[in-house]
Design a protein around this ligand. Sequence first.
Ligand code: SF4
Length: 447
Amino acid sequence: MKTFNLVSLGCAKNLVDSELMTGSLLSAGWQMKEDPAEADVLIVNTCGFIQPAVEEAIDEILSLAEYKAEDARRKLVVTGCMVQRYQQKLMEELPEVDLWVGTEGPDRLAMYIEQMIAGAPEVLHLPDRRLMSVEMERALSHPYFSSWLKITEGCDNRCSYCMIPSIRGKLRSREINDLVKEAKLLEEKGVKELNLIAQDLTAYGNDLSTDVNLPILLEKLIDTTSIDWIRLLYLYPNRIDRRLIEIMKGSRRIVPYLDIPFQHVSDAVLKRMNRNYTEKELYSLVDRLRMDIPDLALRTTFLLGFPGETKQDVEAVERFIRDVQFDHLGVFPYANEEGCPSESYSDQIDEEEKLIRVDRILSLQKEISKKKLQRFVGTTQDVLVEGVSAETDLLLQGRTKYQAPEIDGLVYINEGMVNPGEIIEVEITEAHIYDLVGNVKEQKQID
Ligand code: SF4
């Protein structure tokens, strides 16, 4: 038994854990199989912070259990947030599963699996809280030129609708030297785009000594690597300080892009969400950012249908979006999660009404995105080539520095002899609702 197949569900932070799991298995001599029918051990790394994610994970487990039915020797292993959240409760409901491992064991997965195969009685492993480090084997799952750098684990914020602190625990920041070492390692592997991720990037270092924070980490990454694009994802609105903006202004290698989940703008709703800022502060934050970084691409997320949300609150979000004109925007219906503080809040909104509110905001953003992208037509943009587009199978696809991987639009490149991982100049000829189209810029022959 030395082959495995791994399905990674959920966010980029969970994907990094899947890469550690893969690293631990490959370095223990296991082989990875794309096809579950060819693997001895089937692994699902789950997400578990809202019900739709839990349902998706259970569907995946049941579909992989069919492969197990074909070959009784085959083992089914489930890891990640859903295991950490529900622990023993799940085991009764899913007897098909041979081994359960919580969020803290990704780099030890090979050990747990080999113990199971050797007949060890433990079927549930919930190791104590730990933190990943560059010493752990990490097998990159992404194209070699773009990768994630997970700088913390857990979260000390207490947003009333969120299960993540109870699943992932308190904030734990990685040491700066450990992160710099990993960034250098990724650069050696050809990474051109380094995406910094955490539950809240701005909280980095709060649990470490005073001279450790996000701006200091960025300075170190700029000084010690030559990675072309450094991107910041998931920042908490009222902790974006002058220092961070100065560093972004000072280096074009920190791309002019920020993903700042606002979640709402109504002061009454923000208060019930336990998000510590106001609509007025959000307006001044956007003004400050746009003044200091005029070409900044701004992404945010809104949660609609929170208990007690009125029609006026939804109108406030609409007005705010019209005023701010975000480059990228995600909208989600509030999920009333068992175990989160807002579960018991009065004035719960019915599911249908939530979806009506979400659609209203999404269609407004569609119009805004379409208009805003027009500004790129006729310009030349640096584009990170990703490869042949899955959509067209003909055209190449890539992204500008204003487009994050997986969540934003793309640039479709008509023609040109370019390779994945190259950052090239593209003349933008068309703009659609979320995507751009262009041609590779003729490189003037330098005599
Ligand atoms: S910042 Fe809030 S929403 Fe995000 S992980 Fe922490 S508690 Fe959850």
